[in-house]
Design a protein around this ligand. Structure first.
Ligand SMILES: Cc1cc2nc3c(=O)[nH]c(=O)nc-3n(C[C@H](O)[C@H](O)[C@H](O)COP(=O)(O)OP(=O)(O)OC[C@H]3O[C@@H](n4cnc5c(N)ncnc54)[C@H](O)[C@@H]3O)c2cc1C
Length: 402
């Protein structure tokens, strides 16, 4: 029986462990944290969006320039297979109105518990509080509560994650360790992240309030959804969906301007007609609330865009503003608060089974590879699929290299 070390007990690493145990390997999963799957559990906090139900060609397109590198792994372990796997673990799934797929319980914890029981039954060992620190010759080295531990498995899978929410375990510290081996890594950047805006104190009072059912535009891209005003700027689903474009513009130009349509479903003519109705003695806020059901935060956003001179706008300009409120963003919110990270090990550094060319026998999976995707279940799907592919790659490599 061959020994395989997996480093990283997130979705990618645990999926590789499952495939490898089924393939007859003796598997040990190492993780630096005191418990497994912390980011996975965090993902379950607001409803675990496991995958998406859209047709596979559209699904694959969500990975942009990484599509071709992920295609084989996702086709081999597609969304339906992930749903079936979840159901086998007692967590059947349903498709939400947006096409996103969730476990019926909405949570990650029952799924993770059932999964760990299955891994345990398959003989997978888990070594917690083992932080990988590099190689000593051919041996992998770890810091553990008992001091330095070294192991020499027959093969290894690295699934060390990206760099968002580092307190959950993945902090991108592996980059320096792999660079020493000659592995080329694209810098990790925030993805599905918020942005910084130099808000006035007036709008900061509305921090935490949502802008609901808006259309958010940046350049040629427009998405429907929700955004949330924060003390430092703006975040939320619609912002995350455009975040790769906004981030790249800020990287290039240092700033970017987004436009929010507050009432995207109301005809322009109707907005113009209502804007032209005389306000009489009503305050502007009351008028906007009654005519357009605008909430206090939406009105504050319009005030912000006009430098507090909203009341002075001519009706035609007011009408235009309602569906094109500019927001000037000046920075990217820190990676510590991002849902995921872009960048990682470049695909030209691995073979078609995700084995590092610089370190034969070492495979990589999950968010540490150089891809990004919007929220909607695409992140977890790619982590599970690449974990499964790396696991299969190891089984094949062990078979042919011995
Ligand atoms: C708030 C939040 C909500 C999210 N919601 C969703 C969602 O609903 N749907 C979705 O698809 N995605 C979601 N995601 C993203 C998803 O959770 C991640 O993409 C996924 O967990 C990445 O899996 P992974 O296995 O590659 O890495 P991780 O889950 O990050 O696991 C990596 C593991 O490696 C360990 N590790 C790192 N370095 C070392 C080291 N040197 N030594 C030993 N161990 C180490 C870490 O402790 C960690 O346990 C969410 C993320 C966040 C932060």
């Amino acid at each position: 029986m061959k020994n395989v070390a997996i480093i990283g007990a997130g979705p990618a690493g645990l999926m590789a462990a499952e495939v490898l145990a089924a393939g007859g390997a003796q598997v040990t999963v190492y993780d630096r944290m005191p418990s497994v799957g912390r980011k996975f559990l965090m993902a379950g906090r607001g409803g675990l969006n496991l995958t998406h139900s859209e047709a596979l060609p559209a699904f694959l397109g969500r990975y942009g320039s990484a599509t071709e590198h992920l295609r084989a792994a996702i086709e081999a372990f597609p969304p339906d297979a992930l749903r079936a796997w979840s159901a086998e673990l007692g967590q059947s799934t349903y498709v939400g109105s947006s096409g996103r797929v969730f476990p019926v319980t909405m949570k990650a914890s029952p799924l993770l518990r059932a999964w760990l029981r299955r891994l345990d039954a398959a003989g997978v060992k888990i070594a917690l509080r083992h932080g990988w620190t590099g190689w000593d010759g051919e041996r992998l080295t770890f810091n553990s509560p008992d001091g330095v531990v070294t192991v020499q498995p027959d093969a290894a899978v690295f699934a060390l994650g990206g760099a968002s929410w580092p307190k959950l375990g993945s902090d991108g510290g592996w980059i320096e360790l792999l660079k020493r081996e000659g592995v080329i890594v694209s810098p990790l950047k925030p993805s599905n992240c918020g942005f910084l805006v130099g808000w006035s104190d007036h709008i900061k009072r509305h921090a935490g309030q949502p802008l609901k059912r808006i259309a958010l535009s940046f350049g040629e891209h427009t998405v429907r959804g929700e955004a949330i005003i924060s003390e430092a700027g703006i975040e939320g689903g619609a912002i995350y969906a455009l975040s790769s474009h906004i981030r790249d513009a800020i990287d290039k130009d240092g700033e970017a301007t987004l436009h929010v349509a507050l009432r995207p479903d109301v005809w322009v003519k109707e907005i113009e007609r209502k804007s032209a109705i005389p306000r009489g003695k009503q305050s502007l806020s009351n008028f906007l609330r009654k005519m357009f059901s605008l909430s206090p935060v939406e009105i504050a956003l319009m005030q912000e865009a006009t430098g507090g001179k909203l009341a002075a706008l001519a009706p035609a300009d007011l009408a235009k503003l309602i569906n094109a409120v500019p927001i000037h963003v000046t920075g990217i919110a820190p990676i510590e608060r991002a849902i995921s990270s872009a960048g990682g090990i470049r695909f030209d550094q691995v073979d078609e089974h995700f084995m590092l060319r610089a370190r034969p026998g070492v495979f990589v999976a999950g968010e540490m590879l150089d891809w990004e995707a919007p929220t909607g279940g695409y992140l977890l799907q790619a982590c599970f699929a690449t974990g499964a592919a790396a696991g299969k790659g190891v089984v094949e490599w062990l078979r042919t290299s011995s």
